[in-house]
Design a binder for this molecule. Structure first.
Ligand code: HSE
Length: 429
């Protein structure tokens, strides 16, 4: 029987696009169901930009919407990026035409996933986005397919390789955030505008998508609580280590009877914990199911080959004809989750204070915390030669965020406390 040839239109020819074109040129018959996948049209911002592969023989489209609508495009692959603009317009055009869409665009899915799912399902067109979260590491399929027999309670992990690289380098080399970021930009590891990564927004997009898949809700990016790593001080990395922890940018989504809490924070993980052990640009994720228990995956969250492999796996699903809702329920039944008020959430905390080195200061701090209802778990004062005060650092037992914040205000007002206390969460992992 003649095998079908699937004509693939690829919009966006950056790192991932390069990986995909290279792979499909070498292995057009990679899909387990048989058939061939051949690129029959490309689109990008610049046609003439130097690229590591030849596109001169491929039909060129200035407008990705035209590529999506082309009669020569059976499957539209969107690798442009950005939550709106040309990426969204082209994905919508392809879905409106009833064409399968494969995308690596986490911002698009996190911010418009419910509407796009409704359009895709109304048109009977698959909308697949394995590459949007953890690059080549299969987190999306794990939640969308393998975990449907369980009730997921929580997902938590390291979802941004740039932040993980920066934090790892700061600890390994004793350099500041700004120094390591500058070097990462010079080497091309970090974007010229690193805000999406270091501000925690990229991780928040990804955890919003995972929360939707885990809990059968529409993505609710607006409800995510987001803190990036710009304020992580080398001193905190060193003090956390003295206490037996490593600072990681942890993205988490937890379900409780009150709703879902989605957060991204620089957080302390015990040194021996697998999340603390995931160094460099690695991504890592825990999934906790009611019946399956805990699953841990780790792997590359970016890069040409790995991310293109995830895109190719989605193309293979299209070729197989697998049909399932975009999230865990038909789009007509999808609702955004109810966000939990973060001030009510319970957690352990790390607090660093800069205090005057004089009698009675520690007593004043501990008494203030005690009065506010915060129980101290450990306490460390390092003799540091600093004209502007000495650091003391403490960890707390589990405490409601609202109680902790009120206690911090009271500590900040003590005459012996010189700077605003630094709060970091201890990861609930
Ligand atoms: N910028 C992302 C990261 C990779 O640093 O992890 C693509 O999602």
């Amino acid at each position: 029987m003649a095998q079908k040839t699937w004509r693939i239109g690829v919009a966006g020819l950056g790192t991932v696009g390069a990986g995909l074109l290279t792979f499909l040129a070498e292995r057009p018959d990679f899909a387990p169901a048989g058939g061939r996948a051949t690129v029959t049209g490309v689109s990008a911002r610049s046609r003439s930009r130097p690229r590591p592969f030849d596109i001169s023989n491929l039909p060129w489209f200035d407008d990705p919407v035209a590529l999506a609508n082309s009669p020569e495009t059976d499957v539209f692959v969107e690798l442009i990026g950005g939550s709106d603009g040309p990426a969204k317009a082209a994905v919508e055009a392809a879905l409106r035409a009833g064409k399968p869409v494969v995308t690596a665009n986490k911002a698009l899915i996190a911010e418009h996933g419910a509407d796009l799912a409704a359009l895709a399902e109304a048109k009977g067109a698959p909308l697949l986005f394995e590459a949007a979260v953890m690059g080549g590491t299969p987190a999306v399929k794990m939640l969308r397919e393998a975990m449907v027999g369980d009730d997921v309670k929580s997902v938590a992990g390291i979802l941004n390789g740039t932040c993980n690289y920066i934090l790892t380098e700061m600890e390994a080399t004793g350099r500041s955030f700004a120094e390591v970021l500058g070097e990462a930009q010079r080497l091309g590891y970090a974007e010229a505008d690193p805000t999406m990564d270091v501000g925690g927004f990229d991780a928040a997009h990804k955890i919003s998508i995972l929360a939707a898949l885990a809990f059968g809700c529409a993505p609710n990016y607006a409800a995510a609580e987001i803190e990036g790593i710009e304020g992580v001080d080398l001193l905190d990395i060193q003090l956390a280590r003295d206490l037996g922890y490593r600072i990681k940018l942890v993205a988490s989504a937890d379900r409780s009877p009150d709703g879902v809490l989605v957060r991204v924070h620089p957080s302390l993980a015990p040194l021996a914990h697998p999340l603390a052990q995931a160094g460099g640009a690695l991504n890592a994720l825990f999934i906790e199911g009611t019946r399956i228990g805990r699953i841990f995956i780790q792997g590359p969250g970016a890069g040409s080959g790995p991310t293109a492999a995830a895109v190719a796996a989605d193309i293979a699903d299209v070729m197989t004809g697998a049909v399932r809702p975009v999230f865990q329920k038909p789009a007509t039944d999808l609702k955004p989750f109810t966000p939990v008020d973060p001030s009510k959430s319970l957690g352990r905390a790390y607090l660093r204070l800069s205090v005057k080195d004089e009698p009675g200061v520690i007593a004043a701090v501990t008494e203030t915390l005690g009065d506010a209802g915060v129980s101290i778990e450990s306490f460390l004062q390092k003799p540091v030669e600093k004209a502007d005060g000495v650091p003391i650092v403490l960890t707390t037992h589990a405490v409601a965020e609202s109680v902790l914040k009120a206690a911090i205000e009271r500590i900040a007002a003590l005459p012996a406390v010189l700077d605003r206390p630094r709060l970091l969460r201890i990861a609930r992992i």
